[in-house]
Design a protein. Sequence first.
Length: 134
Amino acid sequence: MTTRPFLLDTMTVLWMCFRPEWLGKAARQILTDPDSRLAYSIVNLWEIAIKKSMVGYREFVSPEDWERVIPEYLDGMAVVMREITPLHCRRIQDLPDLHRDPFDRMLIAQALEDDCVIVSKDEMVEKYGVNRVW
């Protein structure tokens, strides 16, 4: 197991909270290992809000106050929140133009800048040189 921190992508956060059976085997092991250093990004909550406002995430029944419930659940699981810093914003500028999802690009920038492994089903993140587990 790596000693590097793990950064959760948005779907990992949602599946962890509402559909844990959808998580990959390696992801489940990491998320339940008490020695794993887990983090989520404020960008996860931003992405959830944007997509819910566009009638996204229909496969999830989430409480009306998800903005409170999700962080409380993650806090209870010892998952810390990473803020977005100016260095993360600057790092996006140097990323190759492989896809345009602004949420993924910020998570990739955070993972690169903070030397994190991303917990994600999305194989695209590896094209940016980010280590990924699922």
